[in-house]
Write a protein that binds this ligand. Structure first.
Ligand SMILES: CC(=O)N[C@H]1[C@@H](OP(=O)(O)OP(=O)(O)OC[C@H]2O[C@@H](n3ccc(=O)[nH]c3=O)[C@H](O)[C@@H]2O)O[C@H](CO)[C@@H](O)[C@@H]1O
Ligand SMILES: C=C(OP(=O)(O)O)C(=O)O
Length: 425
């Protein structure tokens, strides 16, 4: 079992280039199976979830080579539209193969997807979307089979703007007959990236980034070369870490527009954030101010994927902050771990009340999910003494070599397989 050992207290300093987006790359890789041929997809981060996606794609017949952020994916010999259960259960994003495989083969057999334990995470909107396009569903407790030899365009209203359901329906609709309109679609930048990828393959989609997406079905698609957008959540994590350690960090190759809600919150906390095109500088030399009424909501509001990390910063602030989590009902598991490091946080239903403390102290803590893990790393970087973060496979799902990333900014952080000794503070 690997763990991260962090000797905290050093302000982060330096310049960093942020890797490509996990949440954009995963649906794009799934979408590539819709057409036979060789795709080249670059700026792909080397993460556990990407490796699982490649394992699934190889299992159904793709050839994939991955080096230096570039994936050459040959989808010519895909021979199966059945995703084995042991692979489906490894991550939530395995569900993205449903739309593309129905589109190519008229049939798919999948199981309930896995993923971080942050809430119930139903897939009813994905399934209802496919049904609306004419897919015939048979599902038992675990197995889901969808048959749909010629899907037909439809007007679909999502009950809530689900990112994954919007993407799955978009992919299924690309080759459906006629026009599909998705109302109340999610507006995340990763959906725009998927639209751009699909259009580069020959699809005719407009509206991604707004809440109405229109897909005019096409017959022909062809493989393409595509560059994935930068990861706004990794960028946000580094920005918060810079603020929490009272450092000075410049991020390059980011899309600052994707980070507007975080920038706003950091500025409210008194952190200096300077934006020049795709370069962001974050600089802070004093204790952050408390920020109340942060509410996680669909894009462009504050992202749930940065909720745990911003909580770490606010745990160190001067005053009382509040965060309301409205997306996932089980996404406060990091609270207990932060409290073990000296934070003073109370949770009431979906709201966390954070009374800032002057200092966090190193401790042995456990990453309960991906972003909870990132929050604990930030806590460790800013704490006095040594922090050991366990269960870091969660962190490896979304951060490429997190110890190297923060190490380049001067952090004292190492990955170890042995039990580390905790120094008394
Ligand atoms: C790979 C990827 O892109 N993951 C992101 C995606 O996850 P994901 O696509 O799973 O998130 P959704 O937007 O679908 O989920 C939002 C809410 O809708 C609910 N829901 C969703 C689908 C459904 O069929 N039924 C249903 O009830 C979920 O339980 C959740 O409460 O968006 C989330 C919200 O920004 C992010 O935290 C994840 O990092
Ligand atoms: C929840 C996340 O991812 P996923 O949807 O892949 O579980 C995340 O990236 O924070």
């Amino acid at each position: 079992m690997e763990k991260l050992v962090i000797q905290g207290g050093e302000p982060l300093a330096g310049t960093i280039h942020v890797h490509g987006s996990k949440n954009a790359a995963l649906p794009i890789l799934a979408a590539a199976v819709m057409v036979e041929g060789v795709h080249v997809i670059d700026n792909v981060p080397n993460l556990l979830d990407i490796q699982v996606m490649l394992q699934i794609l190889r299992e159904i017949g793709c050839k994939a080579e991955f080096s230096n952020g570039k994936i050459v994916l040959d989808t010519t010999h895909v021979h199966s539209s059945h995703i084995p259960e042991h692979l489906m259960s490894q991550m939530r994003s395995s569900i993205f193969l449903m739309g593309p495989l129905v589109s190519r083969f008229g049939h798919v057999q999948i199981y309930q997807p896995g993923g971080c334990a942050i809430g119930e995470r139903k897939i009813d909107l994905h399934l209802r979307g496919l049904e609306a396009l004419g897919g015939e569903l048979k599902s038992s407790t675990d197995t889901i089979i969808c048959q749909g030899n010629q899907l037909k365009g439809a007007e679909i209203v999502l009950d809530l703007p689900s990112v994954g359901a919007t993407e799955n329906i978009m992919m299924a609709a690309v080759r459906a007959e006629g026009v599909t309109v998705i109302h109340n679609a999610a507006r995340e930048p990763e959906i725009q990236d998927l639209q751009n990828f699909l259009n580069q393959m020959g699809a005719r989609i407009i509206g991604a980034g707004t809440s109405t997406i229109t897909i005019q079905g096409v017959r022909q698609l062809s493989p393409c070369h595509y560059h994935v957008i930068p990861d706004r959540i990794v960028a946000g994590t580094v920005m918060i870490a810079a603020a929490a350690t009272r450092g000075n960090v410049t991020l390059e190759g980011v899309n600052s527009q994707h980070l507007t809600s975080l920038t706003h919150v950091l500025r409210r906390a008194g952190v200096q954030v300077d934006v020049k095109g795709d370069i962001i500088n974050v600089c802070s030399s004093r204790r952050p101010m408390a920020v109340d009424r942060i509410v996680t909501s669909p894009y462009p509001a504050f992202p749930t994927d940065l909720q745990a990390q911003i909580m770490t910063l606010l745990a160190l602030s001067d005053g009382m902050s509040t965060i309301r989590e409205t997306i996932f009902e089980g996404r406060f598991k990091h609270v207990d771990e932060l409290c073990r490091m000296g934070a003073d946080i109370r949770v009431d239903l979906n709201t966390a009340f954070i009374r800032g403390v002057r200092r966090l102290y190193g401790a042995a803590v456990e990453a309960t999910d991906l972003r909870a893990g990132a929050a604990l790393v930030i806590a460790g970087l800013s704490a006095k003494g040594t922090t050991v973060v366990e269960q870091i496979h969660h962190i490896d799902r979304g951060y490429e070599n997190i110890e190297e990333m923060f190490g380049l900014l001067g952090a004292n952080i190492t990955r170890r397989t042995q039990t580390a000794k905790i120094v008394n503070n």
